[in-house]
Ligand binder design. Structure first.
Ligand code: CDP
Length: 227
Protein backbone atom coordinates (compact mmCIF):
# COMPACT_ATOMS: atom_id res chain seq x y z
CA UNK A 1 0.00 0.00 0.00
CA UNK A 2 1.35 3.46 -0.91
CA UNK A 3 1.53 5.69 2.12
CA UNK A 4 0.40 9.30 2.08
CA UNK A 5 3.25 11.79 1.78
CA UNK A 6 3.76 13.18 5.27
CA UNK A 7 5.21 16.48 6.45
CA UNK A 8 5.70 16.51 10.23
CA UNK A 9 5.82 19.84 12.05
CA UNK A 10 6.73 19.53 15.72
CA UNK A 11 7.64 22.08 18.34
CA UNK A 12 6.85 23.60 21.72
CA UNK A 13 3.57 25.21 22.80
CA UNK A 14 2.35 28.17 20.77
CA UNK A 15 5.23 28.01 18.29
CA UNK A 16 2.69 28.59 15.54
CA UNK A 17 2.64 24.99 14.37
CA UNK A 18 -1.06 24.66 13.62
CA UNK A 19 -1.57 27.88 11.70
CA UNK A 20 1.71 27.34 9.83
CA UNK A 21 0.85 23.70 9.07
CA UNK A 22 -2.58 24.76 7.75
CA UNK A 23 -1.07 27.39 5.43
CA UNK A 24 1.65 25.01 4.21
CA UNK A 25 -0.98 22.35 3.52
CA UNK A 26 -3.09 24.84 1.54
CA UNK A 27 -0.10 25.91 -0.55
CA UNK A 28 0.81 22.29 -1.36
CA UNK A 29 -2.72 20.95 -1.86
CA UNK A 30 -2.25 18.65 1.15
CA UNK A 31 -4.61 17.96 4.06
CA UNK A 32 -3.79 19.36 7.51
CA UNK A 33 -4.16 17.48 10.79
CA UNK A 34 -3.64 19.15 14.17
CA UNK A 35 -2.72 16.24 16.46
CA UNK A 36 -3.02 18.45 19.54
CA UNK A 37 -6.75 18.80 18.82
CA UNK A 38 -7.25 15.13 19.77
CA UNK A 39 -5.29 15.48 23.04
CA UNK A 40 -7.33 18.60 23.73
CA UNK A 41 -10.61 16.80 22.95
CA UNK A 42 -9.72 14.01 25.39
CA UNK A 43 -8.82 16.65 27.98
CA UNK A 44 -12.13 18.41 27.36
CA UNK A 45 -13.93 15.11 28.02
CA UNK A 46 -11.91 14.62 31.22
CA UNK A 47 -12.60 18.17 32.45
CA UNK A 48 -16.30 18.11 31.56
CA UNK A 49 -16.95 14.74 33.17
CA UNK A 50 -14.48 15.22 36.04
CA UNK A 51 -12.81 11.87 35.28
CA UNK A 52 -9.11 11.04 35.14
CA UNK A 53 -8.98 7.31 34.55
CA UNK A 54 -7.79 6.79 30.94
CA UNK A 55 -10.16 3.84 30.37
CA UNK A 56 -13.13 5.95 31.47
CA UNK A 57 -11.99 8.90 29.34
CA UNK A 58 -11.75 6.63 26.28
CA UNK A 59 -15.16 5.07 26.98
CA UNK A 60 -16.71 8.55 27.14
CA UNK A 61 -14.80 9.68 24.05
CA UNK A 62 -16.21 6.65 22.22
CA UNK A 63 -19.74 7.47 23.31
CA UNK A 64 -19.30 11.08 22.12
CA UNK A 65 -17.73 9.87 18.82
CA UNK A 66 -14.63 12.00 19.40
CA UNK A 67 -12.78 11.72 16.11
CA UNK A 68 -11.17 13.54 13.23
CA UNK A 69 -13.60 14.38 10.43
CA UNK A 70 -12.75 15.68 7.02
CA UNK A 71 -14.76 18.65 5.79
CA UNK A 72 -13.32 19.35 2.36
CA UNK A 73 -9.69 20.44 2.80
CA UNK A 74 -9.63 20.60 6.58
CA UNK A 75 -9.60 17.68 8.99
CA UNK A 76 -11.23 18.79 12.22
CA UNK A 77 -12.02 17.29 15.57
CA UNK A 78 -15.62 16.20 16.16
CA UNK A 79 -17.43 15.79 19.50
CA UNK A 80 -21.12 14.80 19.43
CA UNK A 81 -23.42 17.66 20.48
CA UNK A 82 -20.71 20.36 20.50
CA UNK A 83 -21.24 22.94 17.76
CA UNK A 84 -17.86 24.58 17.98
CA UNK A 85 -15.42 21.95 19.27
CA UNK A 86 -12.43 24.01 18.07
CA UNK A 87 -13.32 26.70 20.65
CA UNK A 88 -14.33 24.24 23.37
CA UNK A 89 -10.97 22.45 23.24
CA UNK A 90 -9.06 25.72 23.61
CA UNK A 91 -10.57 26.80 26.90
CA UNK A 92 -8.21 27.58 29.76
CA UNK A 93 -9.01 24.45 31.82
CA UNK A 94 -8.04 22.36 28.80
CA UNK A 95 -4.77 24.29 28.37
CA UNK A 96 -3.96 23.65 32.02
CA UNK A 97 -4.78 19.93 31.95
CA UNK A 98 -3.74 18.78 28.49
CA UNK A 99 -0.09 17.92 29.24
CA UNK A 100 -1.12 15.53 32.04
CA UNK A 101 -3.61 13.80 29.73
CA UNK A 102 -1.04 13.64 26.92
CA UNK A 103 1.41 11.88 29.23
CA UNK A 104 -0.85 8.79 29.48
CA UNK A 105 0.40 6.08 27.07
CA UNK A 106 -3.05 4.50 26.48
CA UNK A 107 -4.39 7.84 25.35
CA UNK A 108 -1.38 8.44 23.12
CA UNK A 109 -1.94 5.06 21.45
CA UNK A 110 -5.60 5.97 20.84
CA UNK A 111 -4.62 9.33 19.29
CA UNK A 112 -1.97 7.72 17.09
CA UNK A 113 -4.44 5.21 15.65
CA UNK A 114 -6.72 8.12 14.68
CA UNK A 115 -3.84 10.11 13.20
CA UNK A 116 -2.61 7.22 11.06
CA UNK A 117 -6.14 6.39 9.88
CA UNK A 118 -6.93 10.00 8.94
CA UNK A 119 -3.58 10.35 7.14
CA UNK A 120 -4.10 7.17 5.16
CA UNK A 121 -7.24 8.73 3.67
CA UNK A 122 -5.18 11.51 2.05
CA UNK A 123 -2.60 11.67 -0.73
CA UNK A 124 -0.48 14.07 1.29
CA UNK A 125 -0.78 15.54 4.75
CA UNK A 126 0.87 18.10 7.02
CA UNK A 127 0.57 17.01 10.67
CA UNK A 128 1.62 19.18 13.58
CA UNK A 129 2.32 18.14 17.14
CA UNK A 130 5.09 17.13 19.53
CA UNK A 131 6.05 13.61 18.46
CA UNK A 132 4.98 13.37 14.82
CA UNK A 133 8.50 13.12 13.39
CA UNK A 134 9.86 11.07 16.29
CA UNK A 135 7.09 8.57 17.15
CA UNK A 136 4.01 8.76 14.93
CA UNK A 137 5.64 9.07 11.50
CA UNK A 138 9.38 8.45 11.98
CA UNK A 139 9.60 7.96 8.18
CA UNK A 140 7.94 11.29 7.35
CA UNK A 141 9.04 12.75 4.01
CA UNK A 142 9.95 16.06 5.67
CA UNK A 143 10.33 16.95 9.35
CA UNK A 144 10.37 20.50 10.62
CA UNK A 145 10.99 21.54 14.22
CA UNK A 146 9.44 24.95 14.76
CA UNK A 147 10.61 27.00 17.67
CA UNK A 148 10.72 30.55 19.04
CA UNK A 149 11.59 32.14 22.37
CA UNK A 150 9.01 31.60 25.14
CA UNK A 151 8.29 35.35 25.27
CA UNK A 152 7.68 35.58 21.51
CA UNK A 153 5.37 32.56 21.69
CA UNK A 154 3.46 33.98 24.67
CA UNK A 155 2.99 37.32 22.90
CA UNK A 156 1.65 35.62 19.76
CA UNK A 157 -0.74 33.46 21.80
CA UNK A 158 -2.14 36.51 23.64
CA UNK A 159 -2.60 38.43 20.38
CA UNK A 160 -4.27 35.37 18.83
CA UNK A 161 -6.79 35.48 21.71
CA UNK A 162 -7.36 39.19 21.01
CA UNK A 163 -5.77 40.34 24.27
CA UNK A 164 -3.92 43.62 24.76
CA UNK A 165 -0.41 42.49 25.66
CA UNK A 166 0.60 44.02 29.00
CA UNK A 167 3.79 43.00 30.84
CA UNK A 168 1.99 41.15 33.66
CA UNK A 169 -0.18 39.09 31.36
CA UNK A 170 2.83 38.41 29.13
CA UNK A 171 4.86 37.14 32.10
CA UNK A 172 1.97 34.90 33.24
CA UNK A 173 1.42 33.42 29.77
CA UNK A 174 5.18 32.90 29.30
CA UNK A 175 5.24 30.96 32.60
CA UNK A 176 2.22 28.83 31.56
CA UNK A 177 3.83 27.94 28.23
CA UNK A 178 7.17 27.17 29.90
CA UNK A 179 5.41 24.84 32.34
CA UNK A 180 3.61 23.01 29.50
CA UNK A 181 6.94 22.67 27.64
CA UNK A 182 8.57 21.31 30.80
CA UNK A 183 5.84 18.66 31.18
CA UNK A 184 5.88 17.80 27.46
CA UNK A 185 9.67 17.39 27.29
CA UNK A 186 10.05 15.49 30.56
CA UNK A 187 7.30 12.86 30.21
CA UNK A 188 8.28 9.23 29.62
CA UNK A 189 5.94 8.55 26.67
CA UNK A 190 6.97 10.16 23.37
CA UNK A 191 8.35 13.37 24.89
CA UNK A 192 8.70 16.55 22.87
CA UNK A 193 12.11 16.47 21.25
CA UNK A 194 13.65 17.36 17.97
CA UNK A 195 14.07 14.46 15.53
CA UNK A 196 17.72 14.09 14.51
CA UNK A 197 16.72 14.52 10.86
CA UNK A 198 14.40 17.52 11.42
CA UNK A 199 15.03 20.93 9.90
CA UNK A 200 14.98 23.46 12.75
CA UNK A 201 13.22 26.74 12.07
CA UNK A 202 13.48 29.44 14.73
CA UNK A 203 10.60 31.78 13.97
CA UNK A 204 11.32 34.44 16.62
CA UNK A 205 12.40 36.93 13.95
CA UNK A 206 10.25 35.64 11.08
CA UNK A 207 6.84 36.81 9.96
CA UNK A 208 4.11 34.23 9.54
CA UNK A 209 4.39 34.48 5.74
CA UNK A 210 8.15 33.97 5.88
CA UNK A 211 7.92 30.82 8.00
CA UNK A 212 5.24 29.35 5.73
CA UNK A 213 7.29 30.21 2.66
CA UNK A 214 10.42 28.54 4.06
CA UNK A 215 8.59 25.27 4.75
CA UNK A 216 6.82 25.30 1.38
CA UNK A 217 10.22 25.78 -0.31
CA UNK A 218 11.70 22.89 1.69
CA UNK A 219 8.72 20.71 0.76
CA UNK A 220 9.02 21.51 -2.93
CA UNK A 221 12.77 20.89 -2.78
CA UNK A 222 11.87 17.43 -1.47
CA UNK A 223 9.44 16.84 -4.33
CA UNK A 224 6.34 17.26 -2.16
CA UNK A 225 3.08 18.93 -3.11
CA UNK A 226 0.00 18.37 -5.27
CA UNK A 227 -0.64 22.03 -6.00
O1 CDP B 1 -1.25 24.80 20.06
P1 CDP B 1 -0.49 24.50 21.31
O2 CDP B 1 0.96 24.58 21.09
O3 CDP B 1 -0.99 25.24 22.50
O4 CDP B 1 -0.71 23.00 21.71
P2 CDP B 1 -1.38 21.81 20.90
O5 CDP B 1 -0.57 21.49 19.69
O6 CDP B 1 -2.83 22.07 20.76
O7 CDP B 1 -1.15 20.60 21.92
C1 CDP B 1 -1.71 20.63 23.22
C2 CDP B 1 -0.98 19.62 24.09
O8 CDP B 1 -1.22 18.31 23.58
C3 CDP B 1 0.53 19.75 24.19
O9 CDP B 1 0.96 20.65 25.20
C4 CDP B 1 0.98 18.33 24.48
O10 CDP B 1 0.88 18.04 25.86
C5 CDP B 1 -0.07 17.49 23.76
N1 CDP B 1 0.39 16.98 22.46
C6 CDP B 1 1.21 15.88 22.46
O11 CDP B 1 1.60 15.40 23.52
N2 CDP B 1 1.58 15.29 21.29
C7 CDP B 1 1.17 15.80 20.12
N3 CDP B 1 1.53 15.20 18.98
C8 CDP B 1 0.35 16.96 20.09
C9 CDP B 1 0.00 17.55 21.28
Amino acid sequence: MRHARVIAIDGPAASGKSSTAAAVARALGFAHIDSGSLYRALTWVSVRAGVHDPAVILALAGRLHVDLQSDGDAVRVHIDGINDPESAIRMLEVNAGVSAIAALPTLRDWVNVKLRAASADTSGVVIDGRDIGTAVFPDADLKVFLTATAAARAERRLRQRGHVVDPIELAAETARLAERDRLDTSRAAAPLRQASDAVVLDTTALTFEEQVERIVMLARANGLGNA
